[in-house]
Design a protein around this ligand. Sequence first.
Ligand SMILES: CC/C=C\C/C=C\C/C=C\CCC/C=C/C(=O)SCCNC(=O)CCNC(=O)[C@H](O)C(C)(C)COP(=O)(O)OP(=O)(O)OC[C@H]1O[C@@H](n2cnc3c(N)ncnc32)[C@H](O)[C@@H]1OP(=O)(O)O
Length: 304
Amino acid sequence: MAAVPTLARRIARSGVRPLCRWPLAWGRAARQPPGLPLAPCRAFSNNKILVELDESSGVAMMKFKSPPVNSLSLDFLTEFCISLEKLENDRACRGVIFASAVPRIFSSGLDITEMSGKSMEHYAEFWRAVQEMWLRLYGSNMVTIAAVNGSSPAGGCLVALSCDYRIMVENPKFSIGLNEAQLGIVAPFWFKDTFVNVVGHRIAERSLQLGSLYPAPEALKFGLVDELVPEEKLQEKAMAVMAQWLALPDHARQLTKSMMRKAVLDRLVAHREEDVQNFVSFISKESIQKSLRMYMEMLKKKKS
Ligand SMILES: CC/C=C\C/C=C\C/C=C\CCC/C=C/C(=O)SCCNC(=O)CCNC(=O)[C@H](O)C(C)(C)COP(=O)(O)OP(=O)(O)OC[C@H]1O[C@@H](n2cnc3c(N)ncnc32)[C@H](O)[C@@H]1OP(=O)(O)O
């Protein structure tokens, strides 16, 4: 295989731009009463993700803004990893809330166009980026809360599952789940492990085999999400839950989180390259490529 672009090289190519006091619609700056000086706040933005860190509370808001559906493309994943790493290394940041800036969609999951009609090298590079995203998010020392303000299939669901807490908008039109089987593909073992750790083995097994997507009220019933709220209350609720989690000493919470997640993280770390090779050989099969093409066709037909 050709030389693999490292995350560092992808970071260098991506050109993250620091911004000062970015007025996010969902951010502290937007809530600041006019005329008052802003409390310390730092923000940075790249093409697909906006981040605002409120230094007074230690809470960052990360918003996905990759229309039409926040699909997890290679560029998106690279920006996600850079943003998370910056926050992880920032002593002022103790917690992150993830939400979407795209109406009705949290994230549509892995970008199918990255897994279809591309070279083996591209599939390998893409899969390394997916692994990196999960390792950083699931292994984060910060408190992570998913404010799921829209549908969240497959990889989008994985992002939410990898957080410490999930709050979803109570709209029954918004669905969430690991629906890979519906595309004729298979959720890898670390997607499955993350899912099992949230909902338990039986529900995970049934849901994965059926590729089930659950409307928000159903997802709440078996703990796929922790709470439902009306859309207008989502930010307030996410901040309240964050305050509750941040009230504990960081070291105790972090060590506990690590104890609960380490085995699952270590399993991928130990088999990372093997997992890449499995993905590449699976996804490049003509039968799998055909399934993905048919699925994309189905998405397009649904519109007309
Ligand atoms: C033993 C094991 C052996 C081997 C295993 C080894 C490896 C594992 C192998 C594979 C693992 C892969 C894991 C994959 C994870 C994934 O995340 S796959 C992606 C799954 N996602 C979906 O199924 C969601 C599909 N999308 C939708 O359902 C809908 O688009 C939506 C509900 C998100 C939004 O609906 P609408 O608002 O109605 O929007 P449209 O449907 O019209 O979409 C607009 C536009 O966006 C395109 N699009 C949608 N989703 C994606 C996507 N995920 N990737 C790329 N593009 C997407 C859609 O086609 C439309 O495009 P245009 O028609 O406008 O060009």
